[in-house]
Design a protein around this ligand. Structure first.
Ligand code: PLP
Length: 400
């Protein structure tokens, strides 16, 4: 197996001259922190998802923190979410002093199982934080229905879901419109488009948007840009406790260029995912991902499930030895050491569940997904021969 000389990475941002020039434009302008480029990026992002407001922040984790604060999550509250996600999802709830209540996933979509939400709603439940995992939209209709009935706000962790779509009243709409109350996005290089690091909050609620803008800049009453341009001396005030969660203008300038590439990126990823579906269909020891007919994933990751006959670690090592990088399936926060001491619950802990450290009878689908799935390389610049090579190596690795 020597036709591919350098390792095929799991992901690779599609970024180049246009982004370099944009960063240079911001630097040469003399204004590098949050300013006009951030404002323009926000407007363009809001237009892209079809929402009213977009507020840029330093990353998706800080976006999640502000979203939870905005809907009123306080110490002692509970927030219903999944354990089966990047750990930032659960951590953002802990930053508010609240307890994540983990609900199991559906094995086909790796997303929260809406049927399991209602039974864990308690008098302490303050919000539902759902994740569009690896870009696959959640069953938002079912989730919002439950949320409305219980008068609970819904926050969408859309870190990986830029460009993903959902069928809504007969039309395809972008994730982040938002369909819940607030959606949070990430521009980490492992996601669909990147600003190095970066995040975005979208909402149709002007009060939330106003609040995010104060919080991201230390709770300061007057933004830097306004003071800078003012003809009269202005004194700012700090009416509330805020944070420094700003995005810089250098990042936003890069983001604006990335946004232009997004339609092409999404189209290419969907094509490559379709190719994987066809080329991997004959491997018996694999279960391929399924896309509900009301969802269009951006295929942030292509996740395959190994059947019992394959050992996850062994398959991944065999592939790495052959020059193909993979990652194991999405982690489960409740199995990490941090959550041996951080508060969490499966909603039944006190009553019926025999939760042990790192193991929970009610989160078996989450645990199995982590143990049985692997993520395959998928990136915009991936060539047909690279993809064919990945398929060939995976075929070999699963036959051992
Ligand atoms: C990557 C990711 C985050 C964190 O995003 P950052 O921008 O790195 O803070 C949060 N949630 C999910 C589901 C993610 O995949």
């Amino acid at each position: 197996m020597s036709e591919v000389k350098s390792r095929i990475p799991i992901a690779k941002p599609w970024i180049g001259e246009a982004e370099a020039e944009a960063a240079s434009r911001a630097i040469m302008s003399g204004w590098v922190t949050q300013g006009p480029e951030v404002a323009a990026f926000e407007q363009e992002f809001a237009a892209y998802v079809g929402g009213n407001y977009a507020c840029a922040v330093s990353n998706c984790t800080t976006a999640l923190h502000l979203a939870l604060l905005a809907v009123g999550v306080k110490p002692g509250d509970e927030v219903i979410t999944v354990s089966h996600s990047y750990i930032a999802t659960a951590n953002s709830i802990r930053y508010c002093g609240a307890t994540p209540v983990f609900v199991d996933i559906e094995p086909q979509t790796y997303n929260i199982n809406p049927m399991l939400i209602e039974e864990v709603i308690s008098k302490n439940t303050r919000a539902i934080l759902i994740v569009h995992q690896i870009g696959m939209p959640c069953d938002l209709k079912a989730i919002l229905d439950i949320a409305y009935r219980h008068n609970l706000p819904v926050i969408e962790d859309a870190a990986c879901a830029i460009g993903s779509e959902i069928l809504w009243d007969g039309n395809w709409e972008k994730i982040g419109k938002p369909h819940g109350d607030i959606a949070c996005f990430s521009f980490h290089p492992r996601k669909i488009i990147t600003t190095g690091d970066g995040g975005m909050l979208t909402t149709n609620n002007p009060a939330y948007d106003k609040q995010f803008r104060l919080w991201r800049q230390h709770g300061m009453s007057i933004p830097d840009t306004v003071r800078h341009g003012a003809k009269q001396v202005m004194f700012e005030s700090y009416p509330m406790l805020g944070y420094n969660y700003r995005m810089t203008d250098i990042q936003a300038a890069v983001g604006r260029e990335q946004l232009k590439r997004l339609p092409e990126i999404t189209e290419r990823r969907r094509y490559l995912a379709q190719q994987y579906q066809e080329k991997l269909a004959d491997i018996l020891r694999l279960k391929l991902p399924t896309e509900p007919n009301w969802a269009k994933s951006n295929w942030q990751s292509f996740c395959v499930r190994l059947t019992e006959k394959c050992n996850q670690l062994q398959v991944m090592q065999t592939m790495l030895d052959a020059g193909v990088a993979t990652r194991r399936g999405i982690m489960c926060a409740h199995r990490e050491q941090a959550y041996q001491t951080e508060a969490w619950s499966c909603g039944f802990k006190a009553k019926a569940c025999r939760c042990e450290i790192g193991k929970c009878d009610r989160l078996t689908e989450s645990e199995q997904a982590q143990d049985q799935t692997i993520l395959l390389p998928l990136f915009h610049q991936m060539t047909v021969s690279e993809q064919d090579y990945v398929v060939k190596v995976l075929q070999m690795a699963t036959q051992i």
